[in-house]
Ligand binder design. Structure first.
Ligand code: AMP
Length: 585
């Protein structure tokens, strides 16, 4: 955590509110002392003047509905009498206002953040529905200020959701639809990317349609004739949630009214039949929003889901049918708006500059080395930006330059990977292993790969820049490359081992021949026979039809061992000769 005061991102919701912050470059949501990240947007005003916020307030609702304020977001910024919702409480009787109630919730979120971060915070970004007018936006801002927060920005919820889904990377003029079905409200927005920011082209929805309606319908369905459906609300919501991931579930309510019990199996199909008409109502709002935005269905580039109720499979199916494409479900729908608020806060505080572009390399990057092998320099899935390098030398004497082939892929052999480019590094000719060429790969946040080759003797740099190829690879081709690398893993590995053994053998054989020819008198006849047999075995394997890497490695080792003594004697003789030449013996 940076020492500068962080900016909070706050989703001030109708039913639930969330708070988060960017920590070490990552957006995180903060939990209260019970471990909960969602705070019910509920405030209880007790008779004695004390105030409870969140889950404790919600627990008081059924006992004292007139003293427990929920869904205050439906009232904020409206003159009394305005709007289409009548709350079960009277704010004036409680001596409070919507702004003050919202301030209580925000004060609680601020306290959760300060406890989690162990430092005071005083700045925030707060989200509001896209359809909020000026009065509603400034009332929300006022609530923040009353809670001791400087409101750095008010952000539209669909825009925040789009940020959370990472859609801020979309190209200019791309259009997205945000389908938001929460507990009490349904919102549909069409957004367009313009000059790097999202513009809300249209919004539509129903402020009286959400998960609560589903719970009520299901409770009424479960309630036996003559019983009070309200008794089944909680069980209905729980069963509904389970049916989002299961095909059927058991509903057990022993002695729900003191004497009767309910125990029955409930299927997803049964729930779907019940709620289909409710959900169908969202369809025309979607069409309306498209119409108002002047956007055709096939111009929508992405559909994202927000709100807990979009976990219902029937909702996902409906969205897919309405928009003619599968919705993007990569984010947690209840947290997307809050995540987006946090990202926006991070951008404002400067702590997210790089992370927004955070990306990884989809495939390994490397260069071809001697023998046609792939030498990985930056492995796949490395986080950008990144930098890595290696030192190379000339494999043969008097080489005048080195060709560096830049490769991308997962295969062991260079020829099976994709070539991104080449650089030729010239260097002064010299014996084998005398040149020193450093090769460094660096990929910036934009995915641009720069390959820098430096001859350390001359200090001369050669730079090759490869635009975007480091990350900009077609997903399908990436998958195919990885699948192939797995499929060929065994053969590839054998080929790599073979190549390494072959290079070693090709180095060993001429050296042994030269030594025998020059210093043959230094070995016994028996030793000579052993060495020649070992060399013959290496040669045989080298020329064999099948590449047996293990056998060649073993033969190399045997030849190495057979020439051990010869090598020692050669060194001794060289020493003697040198000393003699200098007249020391
Ligand atoms: P939100 O306003 O985004 O917090 O959404 C809350 C609504 O989502 C409530 O009506 C919840 O019952 C509903 N919800 C949460 N999780 C699920 C789930 N797994 N399946 C169906 N509905 C859910």
């Amino acid at each position: 955590m940076s020492s500068a005061s962080p900016i909070l991102g706050i989703d001030l919701g109708t039913t639930n509110s969330l708070v988060g912050v960017v920590d070490s470059g990552f957006p995180i949501l903060l939990a209260d002392e019970t471990g909960a990240r969602m705070t019910p947007s509920a405030v209880h005003y007790a008779q004695d003047g004390s105030i409870l916020v969140g889950a404790p307030a919600l627990r008081k609702r059924s006992l004292e509905p007139q003293r427990t304020v929920t869904s205050v977001k439906r009232l904020i910024g409206r003159r009394s009498g305005e709007g289409d919702w009548t709350p079960p409480y009277d704010l004036r009787a409680l001596g409070t206002t919507p702004v003050e109630v919202s301030a209580e919730i925000l004060r609680r979120l601020k306290a959760i953040a300060e406890r989690a971060l162990e430092q005071p915070v005083s700045r925030a970004v707060i989200t509001v529905p896209a359809y909020f007018n000026d009065a509603q936006r400034s009332a929300t801002k006022q609530a923040g200020e009353l809670a001791g927060l400087t409101v750095e920005r008010i952000v539209s919820e669909p825009t925040a959701a789009a940020l959370a889904y990472g859609l801020d990377k979309l190209d200019e003029r791309k259009k997205i639809a945000v389908y938001d079905l929460g507990g009490g409200t349904f919102d549909i927005s069409v957004l367009e990317m313009r000059d790097g920011v999202f513009q809300v082209l249209s919004t539509a929805g129903d402020t009286q349609l959400g998960g609560d309606d589903i719970d009520r319908a299901l409770a009424a369905h479960l309630a036996p004739p003559g019983s009070d459906p309200a008794l089944f609300l909680e069980a209905a919501e729980a069963a509904k949630k389970r049916l989002s991931s299961q095909e059927s579930t058991r509903v057990d309510l022993p002695f729900y009214d003191g004497k009767n019990s309910l125990s029955r199996e409930l299927t997803r199909a049964e729930l779907e039949k019940l709620i289909r008409p409710l959900l169908e109502r969202t369809r025309e709002h979607c069409q309306r929003a498209l119409h108002d935005a002047g956007v055709m269905l096939d111009e929508i580039d992405e559909v994202i889901l927000v709100g807990g109720s979009t976990r219902i499979p029937l909702v996902r199916g409906l969205v897919a049918r309405v928009f003619g494409r599968e919705p993007n479900t990569s984010q947690n729908p209840d947290e997307a708006v809050a995540q987006g608020a946090v990202i926006q806060a991070g951008i404002l505080s400067g702590s997210l500059q790089n992370v927004l572009l955070l990306d990884v390399t989809p495939l390994s990057l490397g260069i071809e080395t001697f023998g046609g092998l792939m030498n990985v320099i930056i492995p796949r899935n490395s986080t950008l930006p990144c930098k890595a390098g290696e030192m190379f030398t000339n494999a043969v004497a008097n080489q005048r330059d080195m060709l560096i082939r830049v490769l991308q892929g997962e295969r062991e052999l260079a020829k099976d990977n994709w070539e991104l480019g080449q650089i030729v590094v010239p260097f002064p000719p010299g014996p084998k292993g005398s040149a020193r060429v450093g090769v460094q790969f660096s990929i910036d946040v934009n995915g641009i790969l720069q390959v820098l080759a430096r001859d350390t003797a001359t200090g001369k740099d050669i730079v090759l820049e490869i635009q975007n190829t480091a990350v900009d690879v077609d997903d399908e081709r990436v998958e195919q490359m990885i699948a192939e690398s797995v499929e060929h893993a065994f053969d590839d590995m054998n080929e790599r081992l073979w190549t390494e053994a072959r290079l070693k053998a090709e180095e060993l054989l001429p050296a042994v021949e030269t030594a025998l020819a020059q210093f043959g008198d230094a070995v016994s006849e028996a030793e000579r026979v052993t060495i020649q047999a070992a060399a013959a075995e290496v040669r045989r394997l080298l020329n064999a039809e099948t590449h047996d890497a293990t056998a060649l490695k073993a033969a190399n080792r045997a030849l190495d061992e057979a020439t051990q003594e010869l090598a020692v004697r050669l060194v001794e003789r060289a020493m003697e000769e040198s000393l003699a030449r200098r007249g020391l013996v």
